[in-house]
Write a protein that binds this ligand. Structure first.
Ligand SMILES: [Mn+2]
Length: 206
């Protein structure tokens, strides 16, 4: 990073409970390198998309209680990944802050709008058939985005405008978030010295 006051925007987080053990590292100024092992191949595929298209490097290893179901693993990874992003953002100085993307996948179109505001919020207008993809109940994906928006301090509005294929709808949510994050976490070269808020801070509930 050329801008002097912006330190390396990296973080590492370890979190262990009776349900999950997670080790996650992120680099906001990466190139989309990733190594993701959640024990859930479809979820690995989604998180790889998130890294690849946001250019955020993500190393994430999780040992979760998958003998119960995928719920704790998916939800806790959302929290840990969001917290790692929050830590790496630091005081959020110089970031572009806002972004949105429309993400088509064949028959499906999803829109994601984000504000890296410090104010967690999720709008989830995504209607998924009540089914499972490779042992992951589709209803748990909302909890992933809910956890991530809470711990990262991001206002996140996710809407699937149309689509039929469940895999496409879920994947379009991850890719749409990725494209939005790629832009919003960037340092704005025209405003790199400032926190982009009239309040002067973008962390905590402000
Ligand atoms: Mn896919």
């Amino acid at each position: 990073m050329e801008t002097k006051h912006i330190k390396n925007r990296v973080s590492e987080l370890k979190r262990e409970t009776n349900e999950t053990k997670i080790d996650v590292k992120v680099n906001l100024d990466g190139n989309g390198k990733n190594n993701i092992k959640t024990g859930l191949p479809f979820f690995d595929h989604m998180l790889e998309q998130l890294s690849k298209h946001s250019l955020i490097d993500i190393i994430l290893i999780c040992e979760g209680d998958l003998h119960i179901d995928s719920h704790h693993t998916v939800e806790d990874i959302g929290w840990a990944l969001g917290k790692a992003i929050d830590k790496a953002l630091g005081e959020r100085r110089g970031i572009k802050r806002y972004s949105f993307s429309y993400l088509p996948m064949d028959e499906c179109l999803t829109r994601c709008c984000i504000d890296i505001s410090g104010r967690p919020w999720l709008i989830w207008n995504v209607f998924l058939p009540s089914t499972a993809i490779n042992n992951i109940e589709t209803e748990i994906f909302r909890e992933f985005f809910q956890s991530l928006s809470q711990s990262a301090g991001i206002t996140l509005h996710m809407e699937n405008l149309y689509g039929n294929n469940t895999h496409h709808i879920i994947e379009s949510c991850f890719k749409s978030l990725a494209i939005s994050l790629k832009e919003a976490v960037k340092i704005d070269e025209n405003n790199s010295e400032n926190v982009p808020s009239t309040k002067g801070i973008l962390t905590g509930s402000n």
